[in-house]
Structures are given as structure tokens and as C-alpha cells.
Design a protein around this ligand. Structure first.
Ligand code: ADP
Length: 496
């Protein structure tokens, strides 16, 4: 039996490769940042060649660190920054344009046009997405509209499109395999998540030739083999980062939920084999399934989460590093009545207000630095609570337990407060590299390295569990205060 599964974790700012063993332990890891390009305000690009080169180099580095050769690797799994779009020449493999990154706002006007023409409703019904510049569709159109002769060449089959998973697999197989998985396809804004096929009408509207799109495959399947590291290794799985994390947390049943506390938060709830349409602006998306059956999730995000802690550190200078925030929180009993609504970039679900801005309310002379820091940390939990309540309403599934990961999930105070607000247990697993682990599981299942989900579930171990212990009246009064604070932020925007 081969010893390891290799997970390539291609993120927005860095490439990482982790070698996992059968118990899901991290045996080796290498990571490298790659350049970000900001050609204009609001624009973000990557060089596809730099993505491929750094992913390849961290993979060989992870192998050489523990003297592993290609013979020892049972399969490769890939997880990636979602939506980022690349178009390249089939013949040469050369990109015809820099990768347009998910964060890039350059196609915002195009999306506005779609909205004005009422086409947003069709997109929402078919793809489960609220149209936004974030997704791949308008990014592809943007390149085809501007690169000379590109649309004609794409029609002739000379150009190929891919999200980053597709790009890596294509390079790993020296141009033999042009595929993506369901989860990545579901973020392009071109894929009908009900019929599980590219949507001809949306493609026509955006003038995207069908020929340039990859074949869409299950997230756990042998797509091909790579000889990039010596002897052939099967490429056995791929999934977008958030869906990989959901899988890595073993959230495979309806009602299973994970939240990632990073710069922002990404909350996903597995909703089973039926897509749940959201009326409150959550996204309906495909999630990874071990057997390749259709499986769906509701997704919501908090724009400013860990970023609020960075703000305390970098703009206000009240803490020296993010982990100090926990010490401050524990110095005081409460926030002394203060609330911070960190609506620095507007408010997302369920409020949806682009003009809302951050506010600090409830101040009295006694509010000190620790109270302020605590208000900021608590704001993460309130925002996640709002999202979860919305998901529960729409899916009609009551949260049983929240699984957590991401940088800020290390904050025990925050996790306890989250459990208290939700009245539900919050659990933090031993392995918080859930994104890479999810990709490894998908690949390992495809080649029989792991037999089934049951075997994988045995690897999932709790590092810490936080049980709710706050009294009901206190919880209700805190949430009431938060709701009033949010209302004030919205009111401030409305008065503009
Ligand atoms: P990303 O993947 O978005 O870069 P990470 O998962 O690495 O984010 O998490 C980093 C974020 O978490 C930062 O915004 C940081 O402020 C926050 N953070 C890290 N540790 C803590 C902590 N102990 N308490 C609160 N926030 C934290």
C-alpha cells in the first residue's frame, strides 16, 4: 500500500502542498506565496504560470522534506481558490490573459447590465447564485471581448477556459485532460445546478463558446495521471476550497454545518440531495459527494470577521497581535454595553446593504480598551449567528452542531461565545487544515486508499468542544442589543 495522499491547496495568496497519511495526519507541508497584481483600483490578477510553477515547486518540496518519491503517493487531490478564471491556448498552453481573480471588480458594470435586463433572475434560478462580478462568467466574457480574435479562436476550439483546478490538472497531465469538478463548475455562474450541465442560454447571453469549457466530473474520480513527479500518480479528486473544507470536516449529511473564521467567514450547510433556493440572498451551491451524487449546500459569508481583529491591531493599535484579543476579552465580564458592527464594506446576508458602514454604539465613560476588543470579537459571533438563523429558516433544518476552522477559530473565548449565542455545541477538530484534508479524502476515496466515508469519519477527532452555558435571559438581551446596533448602522446608511 502506498503511504501518502498529496493535497495541493491552491489559495488566493499562496500555494501549499500537504502529504497526509491514512490517519489524516500531516506528514509534510510546504507553502509559498506568489505575487498579486493590482493593475487598477479594484482589479486583481494572478499570473497563471506563476500559480502552476509555485504549486509544482511546493509539491516537490513537500516530497523532498521527508524523502518521498512518486511511488509512495497513492493519489493527488486538488483544492483551489474558486471562481478565478484563466483562458489559454490549447496548442501551446500559454495563457492569453492574466488570471482574473475572484476578488476583481472589473466586471461590476457588466453584472449591472444583466440585472437591468432582468437576466439576473434566470441566472439565479439556474445557477443558484446571485449574479456578481465575483463569479467566472463575466470574467470570461471580459477577456473574450478584449483579447483580439479570442471569441473566434474559442469557437474553433483553439482556446480553453478553466478555473484553477482545471488549469492545474491540465498542466499536470501535459494538456491531456480538460476537466473540472461539480463544485468548481457551480461557481462559474454558467452551470445549471439542477440539470447538472452547462446552461446554453447563459452561455449565449455572455457569448461564451461551449467548446472552450471543461468536462464536468464528480469531485472524487480519477481524472487522469501525472508524470510530473516521476512515475504516474492518479489525480483522484478536486473541489473548490470551501466545499473541500466542508468535506474535510466530514459534513456529508443534511444539516451538517461548518464555519471557517478567516479574514471573512465562510459558512456552509449541507442540505442533502435537494437544492434549497434562498430568498434572503444566500447562495445555493453544489457540494462534494464521495460517490459523485448530486449534493447541495447553502453558503453564506461574513465580509468582515478576522479583518475586524486586524483593524484593532493595525489601524487602532490596541493589540499587538490577533491572539492578544482573547486575553483582552477575558479581562472583562462583558463589553460594558458597547457593540461594534464592523460593516466596513456594507452588510451581507440577511441585511444586504452596500451603504452600511461600521459603527460603535452604547459607549459610556467606563468603556475601556478591553471592552472595545471584546465587542469586536463578539461581532464575529453575532454575524455568524445571524447567518445560521437565516440558513435554518430557509432550509428548515435546525443546527445540531457547528464545526469550525480557520485562524480565528483558535480563539477559545470566541468559540464559547459562539456556542452560547447559538445554544449549540461548537466543535474544533484536531486537524484544522480541513481544506487540504478534504481534497485528500476525495482523492483517496477515488483510488481506494480509504474504503468509504465510515473509515474517514474515524479520522475526525475533536480538539475542543464548547457547550452552551449562558442563561437564556442574558443571551436574549445580548442579541437584542446586537439587533438594535445593526438597525442603527442601517439607519445611518438610509439617512444619507
Ligand atoms: P485567511 O485564510 O482569510 O487569510 P486565516 O484562516 O489565516 O485567514 O485567519 C486569519 C484571520 O484570523 C486574521 O484576520 C486574524 O485577525 C484572525 N485571527 C487569528 N488568530 C486569532 C485569534 N486568536 N483571535 C481572533 N482572531 C484571530
Amino acid at each position: 500500500m502506498k503511504k501518502y495522499i498529496m493535497a495541493m491547496d491552491q489559495g488566493t495568496t499562496s500555494c501549499r502542498t500537504i502529504l497526509f497519511d491514512q490517519s489524516g495526519n500531516i506528514c509534510s507541508m510546504a507553502q509559498k506565496e506568489f505575487p498579486q497584481y493590482y493593475p487598477k483600483p479594484g482589479w486583481v490578477e494572478h499570473d497563471p504560470m506563476e500559480i502552476w510553477a509555485s504549486q509544482f515547486s511546493v509539491s516537490t518540496e513537500a516530497m523532498s522534506k521527508i524523502r518521498v518519491s512518486a511511488e509512495d503517493i497513492a493519489a493527488i487531490g486538488i483544492t483551489n481558490q474558486r471562481e478565478t478564471s484563466i483562458i489559454w491556448e490549447k496548442e501551446t498552453g500559454n495563457p492569453i490573459h492574466p488570471a482574473i481573480v475572484w476578488q476583481c471588480r472589473r466586471t461590476a458594470d457588466m453584472v449591472e447590465e444583466l440585472r437591468k435586463s432582468g437576466f439576473d433572475k434566470i441566472i439565479w434560478e439556474r445557477t443558484g447564485l446571485v449574479p456578481d462580478a465575483y463569479f467566472s462568467g463575466t470574467k470570461i466574457k471580459w477577456i473574450l471581448d478584449r483579447a483580439e480574435g479570442a471569441r473566434e479562436r474559442a469557437k474553433k476550439g483553439e482556446l480553453l477556459f478553466g478555473t484553477v483546478d482545471t488549469w492545474l490538472i491540465w498542466n499536470l497531465t501535459k494538456g491531456n485532460v480538460h476537466v473540472t469538478d461539480y463544485t468548481n463548475a457551480s461557481r462559474t455562474m454558467l452551470y445549471d445546478i439542477h440539470k447538472m450541465q452547462w446552461d446554453e442560454e447563459i452561455l449565449e447571453k455572455l457569448e461564451i463558446p461551449r467548446q472552450m469549457l471543461p468536462q464536468v466530473e464528480p469531485s472524487s474520480k480519477i481524472y487522469g495521471h501525472t508524470e510530473a513527479f516521476g512515475c504516474p500518480i492518479p489525480i483522484g479528486g478536486a473541489a473548490g476550497d470551501q466545499q473541500a473544507a466542508l468535506f474535510g470536516q466530514c459534513c456529508v449529511q443534511p444539516g451538517d454545518v461548518k464555519n471557517t473564521y478567516g479574514t471573512g467567514c465562510f459558512l456552509l450547510m449541507h442540505t442533502g440531495n435537494q437544492p434549497v433556493a434562498s430568498r434572503q440572498g444566500l447562495l445555493t451551491t453544489i457540494c462534494a459527494d464521495a460517490k459523485g451524487k448530486p449534493a447541495y449546500a447553502l453558503e453564506g459569508s461574513v465580509f468582515v470577521a478576522g479583518a475586524a481583529i486586524q483593524w484593532l491591531r493595525d489601524e487602532l493599535g490596541v493589540i499587538a497581535n490577533a491572539s492578544d484579543s482573547e486575553v483582552c476579552c477575558k479581562e472583562v465580564e462583558d463589553t460594558n454595553g458597547a457593540y461594534l458592527v464592523p460593516a466596513f464594506t456594507g452588510m451581507g446576508a440577511p441585511y444586504w446593504n452596500q451603504d452600511a458602514r461600521g459603527i460603535l454604539v452604547g459607549l459610556t465613560r467606563g468603556v475601556n480598551k478591553n471592552h472595545l476588543v471584546r465587542a469586536a470579537v463578539e461581532s464575529l459571533a453575532y454575524q455568524v449567528c445571524d447567518l445560521i438563523r437565516t440558513m435554518e429558516q430557509e432550509s428548515r433544518i435546525r443546527l445540531r452542531e457547528l464545526k469550525v476552522d480557520g485562524g480565528a477559530s483558535a480563539n477559545d473565548f470566541l468559540m464559547q461565545f459562539q456556542a452560547d449565542l447559538l445554544e449549540t455545541q461548537v466543535v474544533r477538530p484536531k486537524c484544522i487544515e480541513t481544506t487540504a484534508l478534504g481534497a485528500a479524502y476525495l482523492a483517496g476515496l477515488a483510488v481506494g486508499y480509504w474504503k468509504d466515508m465510515e473509515e474517514i469519519r474515524k479520522n475526525w477527532a475533536v480538539q475542543a468542544a464548547f457547550r452552551p452555558k449562558m442563561e437564556a435571559h442574558r443571551r436574549e438581551s445580548l442579541i437584542d442589543g446586537w439587533n438594535r446596533a445593526v438597525k442603527t448602522a442601517l439607519h445611518w446608511a438610509a439617512e444619507k
